[in-house]
Write a protein that binds this ligand. Structure first.
Ligand code: NAP
Ligand code: ZN
Length: 367
């Protein structure tokens, strides 16, 4: 056995952890920029809890509350200008994956005056500012990953920054913040976390050390499917399971990365505005069928999820996601071309050819 495992994030999990973490924030400096989306952090209580903790330990802070879903480079540059103008020592990201990913890019840009090429390179002259991550969705696991995924208009796609320098230094995870998520966001984010757990096992970089977390994550998420397939909101204990499972799956992609599923999802989001988790869910059945034909251990993963076959998995996705989007012939060609430029394709085991990718897309979006 031979592997590397690196997970430097201090994870503090449980109800009320943010208000109890004043001393943790204090270790990061005396001036913070809090990066959030436009609205949800005020509704789910995460912003108020953070403000209380910061005030309690005398940290001065400003808020940048303009992060859009699937943030673009311009959005994070604007936030980084705010971080510089207040002389922030550290960044706090609160929200779904979008504000958390934005916080990491802001941390890079606040410390480095660099062009876009260098931003995406993962190598920086000055160390990015420390980031504290407070997730309010149970999906991306961004609170424990070294990735920041941004919309990059110059290449008409989403692109990932990957660098161990942008692991958050701490993740404060309170499942209660997800209580305000509606059913569609709950389903989409749960499927995103499931795709992370599944893809991390089917990646070139997968290692034995991530499997226990990936399997537990799959088991917990599939355990909420009876509720979610009825389109009922999860109970508080199911919310807790989903938040925990999402964090576990995040630790898995932190090691192994994602695969062609995410690579196909990015143009769906860029061109058709399909939600990130939904996009993965639409593609996963076709991906598992592609792997099944090459007998790559899919059966074991299905069993963990309590499913007998890839088609049973597909039925579950259909129940969760409802009617599928349709794609034109031009879109199928454009998306296939775009997917081939993504590094997640080479991370897939076995690596799909152009024809395989087109087949997965056609299977996922039957005319
Ligand atoms: P999101 O884009 O962060 O948020 C989607 C919507 O949900 C926003 O309108 C947001 O509102 C709202 N929202 C967030 N928390 C809420 C809550 N507790 N209650 C009610 N509404 C809430 O969604 P996401 O799926 O979590 O993140 C997707 C992004 O993460 C994508 O850009 C994806 O590429 C990225 N991602 C990153 C990683 C990684 O490792 N870094 C992994 C997977 C995905 P506000 O805008 O008002 O906050
Ligand atoms: Zn994802």
């Amino acid at each position: 056995m031979e592997f590397t495992y690196y997970m430097p994030v201090r994870v503090i999990f449980g109800k009320g952890v943010v208000t109890k973490s004043a001393a943790e924030f204090k270790r990061l400096g005396s001036r913070a920029l809090v990066v959030t989306g436009r609205n949800s952090a005020d509704v789910n209580g995460s912003m108020a809890d953070t403000a209380k903790a910061l005030e309690e330990c005398g940290i001065s802070y400003k808020r940048y509350g303009e992060i859009k879903p699937n943030p673009d480079v311009e959005n994070v540059r604007d936030a980084a200008a705010r971080a510089r103008s207040i002389g922030a020592d550290f960044i706090i990201g609160i929200g779904g994956g979008s504000p958390l990913d934005a916080a990491k890019a802001v941390a890079i840009l606040a410390a480095n005056d660099i062009d876009d090429e260098t931003l995406f390179s993962g190598t920086y002259t000055s160390r990015p500012l420390p980031v504290a991550a407070i997730p309010t969705t149970a999906g991306t696991g961004s609170e424990v990953t070294p990735y920041s995924i941004l919309t990059r208009r110059s290449i008409r796609n989403k692109k990932s920054i990957g660098s161990p320098l942008i692991f958050p230094v701490m993740a404060l995870i309170d499942p209660a913040y997800t209580y305000t998520l509606g059913i569609n966001s709950t389903i989409n984010t749960a499927i995103d976390a499931l795709s992370h757990a599944v893809e991390s096992c089917l990646s070139v970089r997968s290692t034995p050390a991530i499997k226990p977390a990936a399997y537990e994550s799959m088991r917990l998420i599939a355990g909420t499917f009876n509720t979610l397939r009825r389109h009922e909101l999860p109970s508080s204990s199911e919310r807790e399971s989903l938040m925990y499972a999402s964090m576990l799956a995040g630790t898995c992609i932190a090691q192994a990365g994602t695969t062609v599923v995410h690579a196909i999802g990015y143009p769906l989001t860029y061109y058709r505005n399909v939600d990130h988790g939904r996009a993965n869910g639409l593609v996963m059945h076709g991906f598992l069928k592609f792997l099944e034909r090459r007998s790559t251990g899919v059966q074991e993963l299905l069993e963990i999820m309590g499913m007998g076959s890839t088609d049973e998995f597909g039925t579950a996705m259909n129940d969760l996601l409802g009617a599928r989007e349709t794609l034109s012939e031009d879109e199928i060609k454009l998306f296939t071309d775009t997917v081939l430029t993504s590094k997640n394709v080479a991370n897939t085991l076995p690596q799909p050819s152009r024809q395989d990718i087109e087949e997965i897309i056609r299977f996922s979006f039957p005319g």
